[in-house]
Design a protein around this ligand. Structure first.
Ligand code: NOJ
Length: 573
């Protein structure tokens, strides 16, 4: 087997800079804070950090509206602070990848300011301008996708908020400017990029209108109220139809090839991971993205053995078919855009047990795992109760639109907004049971409220000291993964593929075979491995047992307890 690259064996950890650690007590996370926490991250055992945008931004979309691609947001520190952070990370063998937002800039970016200033300035064609809105396209965040600009007496296109105008990637100067920005950070030594919303870079050149009989606000409201299976199916169809002409269009592959060629000029196996589940963006396996996320795994109400097996077959089969080199999987169960794992996949009864199973799943499946900060201590979604607290502007937009435009009662609107906004999963990291969870000092007003459950053990410090904590569990599992060649690079072989209660599989490398059993039910499950050839004359050496099993003989038939996680090496006698 060829040696794996660092990004194939690494466990990635996503840092949301605004919420990770506040080093200067202004209520907002920053590089000083992150740097102080690097020892914590190293001790957790992760190998690479993905930083959500840290660039200057007016923050209409929490940093995803960038006004300078070659600098650091003042609230996060200076370029020097970033360099210190990078050097300190590398010292601890932690790689660092940045967020790369190609589709759009902030409307305050000097490129856009110039572009909108007249119809004939040098950057006039850097964004997508039209004399009149050519169609009924919607922005996926705030209503119409075409916004009027009086300076040019024209409309510009934006897939996201109106403060996030889409760049015109058909213009070679745009490409050059963006590639220069990319090199700026690569030259500094960053290890790669996570590519934001790459599917939205190009639009249907025919500008074909959507056919959904409602606008964005109406569709959101329709989705909120959809209850019957027919309504749910219809709203899914509508979401797809509303935006299908605005993403996934031709042109992205060529662009990814160019970008990959730039990364490949650098030493150190710099890497690209796309915010997309489309394996086609990995090109022939060598010429586009290194990884795309396995989002279908997490796009489900419930994670069940059946769902995982189906997902794995589909993904792994497709990854095998890339023409030059097989694709490598990449699994995640949450990020800054989605409900927290603990909340999203809990059942309100066994949330903690399920969170542990999901952690074990993501750390034992074949492929590179991405964890989201706070997952390791079981942070949960936090529902805001007052519109003045909402920072995710797409949420605020929705609230005001349904209250003023549709007459929805403010209380109901707030409940809906709290659920749909991404603020719920972006609250500050909970470091201790000190006031403000140790994120900022006591009297500081943090940028989003702290989830009060930090007082109930959902914080790093308490969990450090508790051998049975989730944090210690993550650390242990990450170590088990690191010490196992099968878990890092082995093939995936499903076992007992029709059982509904538990998910059992083997990971097999040249050196090692590992059995993983995740009992997804609250019942004892009896496992019979008699017919599996791998278990002929074999014994099991326990690598990890949530039930604290000790080494011993395991007959091919044995019982796994409710929600048990069992990981063992298969030793042939
Ligand atoms: C995807 C990012 O993850 C999300 O947070 C952001 O709002 C959009 N892309 C727009 O950049």
């Amino acid at each position: 087997m060829t040696e794996l690259k660092w990004w194939q064996t690494a466990v990635f950890y996503q840092i949301y800079p605004r919420s990770f650690a506040d080093g200067n007590d202004d209520g907002i996370g920053d590089f000083k804070g992150i740097t102080q926490k690097l020892d914590y991250l190293a001790s957790l055992g992760v190998d690479a950090l993905w930083l959500s945008p840290h660039f200057p931004s007016p923050n209409w979309d929490c940093g995803y509206d960038i006004s300078d691609y070659c600098n650091v947001a003042p609230e996060y520190g200076t370029l020097e602070d970033f360099k210190t952070f990078l050097a300190e990370s590398h010292k601890r063998n932690l790689r660092v990848i940045l967020d790369l937002v190609l589709n759009h800039t902030s409307d305050e970016h000097p490129w856009f300011v110039e572009s909108r200033s007249s119809r004939d300035n040098p950057k006039a064609d850097w964004y997508v301008w039209m004399d009149t809105p050519p169609n009924n396209w919607q922005s996926c965040f705030d209503g119409e996708a075409w916004t009027y600009s009086p300076e040019r007496d024209q409309y510009y296109y934006h897939y996201f908020m109106k403060q996030q105008p889409d760049l015109n990637w058909h213009n070679p100067e745009v490409k050059k400017a963006m590639w220069d920005a990319i090199r700026f950070w690569l030259d500094m030594g960053v290890d790669g990029y996570r590519l934001d919303a790459l599917g939205t870079i190009f639009e249907d050149p025919a500008l074909t209108p959507h056919t959904v009989p409602m606008n964005l606000a109406e569709l959101r409201r329709f989705s909120d109220l959809a209850k019957t299976p027919e309504e749910i199916k219809l709203k899914d169809q509508y979401w797809h139809d509303m935006f299908k002409n605005q993403w996934g269009q031709a042109g992205v592959h060529e662009l990814m090839k160019e970008l990959r060629a730039i990364l490949d000029e650098y030493d150190g196996d710099r890497m690209l991971v796309g915010e997309d589940d489309n394996i086609d963006y990995m090109g022939n396996g060598r010429d586009e993205l290194h990884l795309v996320f396995n989002f279908p795994l997490m796009r489900t109400e419930l994670i069940t053995p059946e769902h995982i097996r189906k997902n794995q077959v589909e993904r792994l089969t497709k990854l095998e078919t890339l023409s030059a080199e097989k694709g490598w999987p990449c699994n995640t169960l949450g990020n800054h855009d989605t409900s927290r794992l603990h909340t999203a996949f809990g059942d309100k009864l066994y949330d903690s047990q399920l969170a542990r199973l999901h952690a074990a799943l993501i750390l034992t499946l074949k492929g590179t795992p991405f964890l989201y900060n706070g997952e390791e201590i079981g942070m949960t979604d936090y529902m805001l109760t007052d519109i003045s607290q909402v920072k995710d502007t797409m949420g605020a937009w929705y609230y005001h639109t349904i209250v003023t435009g549709m007459g929805v009662h403010p209380e109901e609107a707030m409940l809906r907004t709290a659920k749909m906004t991404r603020d719920k999963n972006r609250t500050p990291m909970q470091w201790s049971r000190q006031p403000n969870a140790g994120f900022s000092s006591m009297d500081v007003k943090t940028w989003l409220p702290i989830n009060p459950n930090y007082k109930e053990g959902v914080n790093v410090k308490d969990q450090e000291h508790n051998p049975g904590s989730l944090l210690r569990y993550y650390r242990h599992l990450i170590r088990v993964r690191k010490d196992s060649s099968a878990l890092q690079k082995g093939a995936y072989i499903p076992l007992k593929t029709t059982t509904e209660d538990y998910f059992a599989f083997l990971r097999q490398s040249q050196e090692q075979t590992v059995l993983v059993i995740l009992n997804y039910s609250g019942k004892i499950s009896e496992l019979d491995l008699t017919s599996e050839k791998e278990f002929k004359n074999a014994n099991l050496k326990i690598l990890f047992s949530s039930a604290e099993r000790r080494a011993g003989k395991f007959p091919p038939k044995f019982k796994v307890g409710p929600f048990e996680v069992f990981i063992a090496e298969v030793i042939r006698e």
